[in-house]
Design a protein around this ligand. Structure first.
Ligand SMILES: [Zn+2]
Ligand SMILES: [Zn+2]
Length: 228
């Protein structure tokens, strides 16, 4: 057989495998069963993000990303280089681990597609737009813009940026769920709009206070002023 044909067939098989099989495996491994897949993407991002809210890490790294309490698409990548590196472990760790454990059965195109999708996801989460066709209206437990906007406002809630079941599991979305329940209970129309505006203003105020409190925490976990 012509070596070019063999090469084409191999490339075709590899691309087919990468474009169809591997992303599905990735989705299942890193998103659908995150609790059973601890070193993978979701639990890592959730934990790393929460760690970045710790006093010295927040002051020196994550604060830059929290410059906007109402973010927009480009703000997704507005972050300290150290934060980009830390969170890249979560994004790239799953595919690289899968590549290692499958003996290299992983096409580089899959990696490009995965990174592009993750970028789209991050931009969508920061876009501030909650479209009727946004993923959170299709997939249960998807975070989306509404969920992540609340994180930038409240500071202490909603650490997940895609699937939000870890927030639910650890109770780090309590304020968000209370806010949503209050808005839902209000009469539709002007009453709901006024209430939502009031609740978000309160959330933003509390968020600024929580941010100041976090910034005042020393490396050893104590308020800095008490040490002086
Ligand atoms: Zn944050
Ligand atoms: Zn953000």
């Amino acid at each position: 057989m012509c070596p070019f044909q063999t090469g084409k067939r191999l490339l075709g098989k590899s691309l087919f495998s990468s474009l169809l099989k591997t992303p599905i495996t990735l989705l299942v491994r890193t998103e659908i069963y995150p609790a059973r897949d601890l070193p993978s993407n979701r639990p890592f991002t959730f934990t790393a993000h929460q760690a970045l809210h710790y006093g010295p890490l927040y002051r020196n790294i994550h604060k830059l990303h929290h410059k906007y309490s109402a973010p927009f698409g480009l703000a997704a990548e507005y972050a300290h280089p150290a934060e980009t590196l830390i969170l890249a472990i979560g994004t790239l760790g799953g595919p690289l681990g899968l590549c290692y454990f499958t003996g290299g059965n992983f096409h580089v195109v899959t990696m490009y597609i995965w990174v592009t999708l993750r970028l789209f996801q991050a931009i969508d989460a920061h876009s501030g737009y909650d479209f009727p066709w946004s993923l959170q209206h299709i997939l249960p437990f998807w975070s989306g813009a509404d969920h992540h906007d609340f994180h930038h406002m409240a500071f202490t809630n909603n650490y997940s940026t895609s699937f939000r079941w870890l927030d639910y599991l650890f109770g780090t979305d309590d304020k968000y769920r209370t806010y949503k329940a209050k808005v839902k209970a209000a009469k539709a129309g002007a009453e709901r709009v006024v209430l939502e505006k009031k609740l978000l203003e309160e959330t933003e105020k509390e968020g600024l206070f929580a941010e100041k409190k976090a910034e005042a925490v020393s490396f050893w976990g104590r308020p800095k002023s008490k040490q002086q």
